[in-house]
Design a binder for this molecule. Structure first.
Ligand code: TZP
Ligand code: MG
Length: 210
């Protein structure tokens, strides 16, 4: 069964991606511009630091009623009362998350291989990350570069909401939506923008007029 997925612009944020600026400030500016879902993705933090950053971020997002998703770590997600968790092939699979954490509202699952679509795990995911759509310096340990054709292909196989990620910016946002993505996820297009509010507004407009 597929739950409604009303989100259009998904910010994936880490302190490192924010070019020396406070991640909490960047997140708040982005939400003011139209980001409607936020994922905290901290690959190098200890558990206590990851949890502390997540708690702080959640406090801000709660003010705007924007849900928080935690990357990789269901324990952090549970302990900061996040809305959900996002996992990939090297993490706890969605079926296990649903078993261990039945109250989890949303489990995102990265699709990196076509074979995943014939496996059993995708049925336990609430959305699929099409990862990456385009190659990106933000994440270099990627497998398939799906491209626009990849989005269309995945769309023809599953009715799960598709979140496109990887190399998405103002120049390609509309074609990614037109190819079948339900939501765009970005790191650098917002975290590295001089003005994260304007960057988010611009992307949001492009999505809505695609
Ligand atoms: N997963 C697939 S690509 C990516 C992640 C986390 C990074 C996307 O970063 P950017 O800067 O939006 O290309
Ligand atoms: Mg992961």
């Amino acid at each position: 069964m597929t739950k409604p997925f009303p989100y259009k612009l998904y910010l994936v944020i880490s302190q490192e991606a924010c070019c020396g600026r406070d991640m909490l400030w960047v997140a708040e500016q982005a939400v003011k511009g139209g980001v409607d879902l936020v994922q905290i993705r901290e690959k190098n933090k200890s558990y206590p630091d990851f949890l502390e950053s997540s708690l702080r971020l959640k406090e801000i997002l709660d003010r705007y009623r924007v849900p928080l998703i935690v990357n990789d770590n269901p324990l952090v997600a549970v302990n900061c009362n996040a809305y959900g968790v996002h996992v990939g092939n090297s993490d706890l699979p969605p079926s296990e998350i649903k078993k261990k954490w039945p109250d989890c509202n949303m489990t995102g699952y990265s699709v990196e291989y076509l074979e995943q679509l014939s496996g059993t795990e995708i049925q336990f995911a609430d959305y699929l990350g099409v990862s990456p759509v385009f190659s990106t310096p933000t994440k270099t340990d990627t497998v398939t570069e799906w491209g626009l054709e990849g989005i269309a292909k995945i769309k023809s196989i599953t009715d799960k909401p598709l979140v496109a990620i990887g190399g998405i910016n103002e120049t390609n946002a509309q074609e990614v939506i037109q190819a079948g993505a339900d939501c765009l996820a970005v790191v650098s297009a917002i975290c590295a923008a001089d003005n994260p509010t304007i960057a988010a507004q611009t992307l949001r407009n492009l999505i809505e007029t695609a």
